[in-house]
Ligand binder design. Structure first.
Ligand code: V47
Ligand code: SF4
Length: 374
């Protein structure tokens, strides 16, 4: 099959250096940093789609995954000052919130009979909530829904909550794991280049520390995801550098489940003057992520950020995961101007999106065990 694809590609008259990279991808060989940059700059959309779909088929065999989940954002009070953030508030500022553990229990209770298998908990870096507070929160969630998978806290939140308790990352993560933390989401990675970070998130946990926290989680058998914020000042070289660092860690630990490119949304933040990436750029970026990250099993399109139509299109560009039902429970993107102001999708809607793209819908748990094929 790959040989016939290569013959077809030859007929289209693509440049010899692109043909050689295509040969590598179609034979399951890893591409280099320079080849990644070449594909980003020279690869056309149909060409990248073809390569990304071939890479995706090897992992997911035409399945597209989703789960039933809801989000809890415990607070939007944050000590950091990321210039792209529309969500952060100072303590006492209008529009801030900080849920107590009782509040969180009430929210979880309302999902008891919803069929949700996962709760995603991410929020701001609170000035005075430490690891013990968050361990209590996790225990309270498990008390309400003992079978729920808790995917919680970015490396940036973990970094701060451990420091506040005077604990190492390893001890802090161990405490959270014993309380019931099952996995970690991929946020806070932004773009790893330090000069870029200086401009967009100067006081956030740095790239080496972000990677070290994920490595420590993997060593404690806590699987994690990884993200990349794109469409904000960075170059293709920065994106490939970011993915290269993730690919290197994944070779070592195999602890990342999914990669999630996060499209910069510009409403109501210090970078509102920057135009958002085009849909063509979104699709190219998904394809490149699938092609370059040959060792991270899944590629997720986070539909509340890009909208359901682009998410459906992304299924032809290497994406094999649409996240979940989410159920109107996240504010981080609606406050940054996402089209999805009240993000919620029924399972029927997700199934129709996947079937409409010619793929097989598969409901999964957080760690990609298949629950049901539709
Ligand atoms: O790290 C904040 C991003 C992330 C904006 O692991 C923005 O399954 C775009 O961790 N425009 C947090 N992005 C969200 C997160 C996440 C989301 C979905 C799935 C998973 C997963 C994890 O949100 C932050 C930051 O990169 N973000 N503001 C903005 N204006
Ligand atoms: Fe805080 Fe996260 Fe916003 Fe940065 S992106 S200011 S860490 S809430």
């Amino acid at each position: 099959m790959n040989n016939s694809v290569l013959s077809l590609l030859q007929l289209t008259g693509i440049a010899p250096q692109l043909f050689r990279v295509a040969e590598k991808v179609l034979s399951n060989d890893r591409i280099s940093v320079n080849e990644g940059i070449l594909l980003y700059t020279e690869g056309t959309l149909p060409f990248l789609s073809l390569l990304a779909e071939s890479a995706s088929q090897r992992v997911s065999d035409n399945h597209v995954f989703f789960n039933r989940n809801f989000h809890i954002e415990p607070t939007n009070i944050c000590v950091n000052h990321c210039a792209f953030c529309s969500y952060r508030r100072r303590k006492g500022e209008e529009g801030c919130w900080e849920f107590s553990i009782e509040d969180i229990k009430g929210k979880v209770d309302s999902y008891k009979n919803s069929g949700a298998t996962e709760v995603h908990i991410v929020g701001g870096v609170h000035p005075d909530r430490d690891v013990h507070f968050y361990a209590d929160m996790i225990r309270a969630v498990k008390e309400c829904m003992p079978a729920i998978h808790i995917k919680a806290f970015t490396a940036v939140e973990i970094d701060s909550m451990c420091r506040q308790a005077g604990l190492t990352i390893e001890s802090g993560l161990q405490i959270l794991k014993e309380a019931g933390l099952d996995s970690m989401p991929g946020g806070g990675a932004e773009i790893f280049d330090v000069q870029m970070r200086q401009k967009i998130c100067p006081d956030k946990t740095g790239p080496d520390e972000w990677l070290r926290i994920h490595k420590t989680a993997h060593e404690l058998s806590i699987p994690t995801n990884a993200t990349m914020l794109y469409g904000l000042l960075e170059t293709y070289e920065h994106r490939i550098d970011h993915m290269e660092r993730l690919r290197t860690l994944q070779d070592e630990t195999k602890g990342f489940n999914a990669f999630i490119p996060l499209k910069f949304k510009h409403y109501n933040n210090s970078f509102s003057h920057i135009k958002e990436a085009t849909t063509v750029e979104d699709l190219k970026n998904y394809a490149m992520s699938r092609i370059f990250l040959d060792n991270i099993p899944h590629l997720k399109a986070y539909w509340p950020m890009i909208g359901k139509q682009v998410a459906q299109l992304s299924l032809a560009f290497g994406v094999d995961d649409l996240d979940g039902t989410i159920d109107d429970s996240t504010k981080i993107y609606s406050m940054a101007g996402s089209d999805e102001q009240n993000p919620s999708a029924s399972t029927d809607e997700l199934i129709a999106m996947i079937k409409g793209a010619g793929k097989i819908p598969a409901e999964r748990d957080t760690v990609y065990n298949i629950i049901k094929i539709f």
